[in-house]
Design a protein around this ligand. Structure first.
Ligand code: ACO
Length: 323
């Protein structure tokens, strides 16, 4: 059977780093409060010249270099983002143009922080369906542009950045020993909209709006939703937590990550954490974390890797793959 294997990974971060202490002059908060409640110590913030498209392009180029490929080898680009450069056209198409591509096709996917697991799942379907041979799957966000910088309960949590994977069609045996995407599971439930949303949009306010969140409510649902979808993925692939080499969760809050890993019986040393240095970069957080763990030599070819995310909507999902 055809599998979607990871051929390359790359990332890009804005130059400017904002430390927790930098917020102390802006809102009533402290480095200690932010670090204790979230595990975040710093985040990268885009300057005016850095956008979702430019960061996405840089991550895509890094992933292509890592794969030893060029844009000519790609047939499809899927960009996971909730902070597009424009309402339309899709920022994926802008990235396609920036990469000098006149062939293939590109589109955006919007599932907030779950965007990257939605995009990998979709890319896998295109590959297995024979509609694309090589897909650039990008998560790129500039959440700093939709933050209310006077709201201490949200502005300290998010950061900007991008990560990308090149997925490629390869023959597999149809077992969990195969390389590539092995199992995926997506969920959504729109009844939770008010707990995490942006209070603007073209069809309602005709503005972009600002992120609004009932943090405690999100926290309350997160661990249960994450663990449910992961247990389903384990069941579908007939594996257990012990079979995993690496758990690469969405990086929203270290307490959510720790509680989920504990509930699932995933050993602490298998969990990739980058929330301390990136903050919550929404759809970019999982590929950014993957890029870090590949670059530092933790994730190696043949490793069994579990990706997970949960975010606005609510949306949530998991992807199991062998690197
Ligand atoms: N600095 C200092 N105090 C603060 C800050 C801050 N930055 N923010 C809130 N507080 C105060 C609150 O006002 C509150 O004060 P009060 O008791 O006087 O009312 C107190 O701290 C406690 O607030 P809680 O919201 O109960 O704090 P909690 O322990 O729940 O932590 C947090 C807040 C970090 C937001 C947590 O709820 C959380 O991480 N929730 C999940 C958020 C998340 O993961 N969101 C992303 C989902 S992904 C996506 O789709 C974007």
């Amino acid at each position: 059977m055809i599998r979607s294997i990871v051929r390359g990974v790359g990332s890009a971060l804005p130059k400017r780093i904002m430390k927790n202490a930098d917020f102390e002059d802006m809102v009533e908060t402290s480095d200690e409060w932010i670090a204790q409640r979230t595990g975040i110590r710093q985040r990268h913030i885009a300057d005016d010249s850095e956008t979702t498209a430019s960061l996405g392009e840089a991550a895509a180029r890094a992933a292509l270099d890592n794969a030893g490929l060029t844009p000519a080898d790609i047939d499809l680009i899927i960009l996971a983002t909730s902070t597009p450069n424009n309402t339309f056209p899709a920022t994926a198409v802008e990235i396609q143009h920036r990469l000098g591509m006149k062939h293939g096709f590109a589109f955006d996917m919007q599932a907030v922080c779950s965007g990257f697991v939605y995009a990998v799942t979709t890319a896998d379907l295109y590959v297995r369906g024979g509609l694309a041979k090589r897909v650039l799957v990008i998560g790129s966000e500039t959440f700093s542009r939709i933050l209310d910088w006077s709201d201490r309960s949200t502005c300290v949590l998010f950061g900007d950045g991008a990560g990308a994977l090149v997925l490629e069609a390869a023959e597999g045996e149809g077992t969990v020993a195969d390389r590539g995407v092995l199992a995926t599971s997506l969920r959504s439930d729109g009844s939770h909209k008010e707990k995490l949303y942006v209070d603007g949009g073209p069809s309602t306010t005709k503005t972009v709006g600002f992120l609004r969140m009932e943090g405690r409510e999100v926290f309350k649902h997160a661990v249960g939703m994450i663990t449910d979808v992961i247990e389903k993925t384990f069941w579908d692939a007939a594996i257990t937590a012990e079979d995993l080499d690496w758990f690469v969760p969405h990086q929203a809050n270290k307490r959510i990550i720790d509680a989920s890993a504990k509930k699932l019986g995933i050993a602490e040393e298998k969990v990739v954490i980058t929330v301390d240095r990136h903050g919550n970069t929404s759809a970019a957080s999982v590929p950014l974390a993957l890029a870090v763990a590949v670059e530092d030599g933790r994730i190696k070819r043949g490793d069994l890797v579990l990706l997970e995310a949960m975010g606005g909507g609510f949306t949530w999902g998991a992807v199991l793959l062998r690197w």
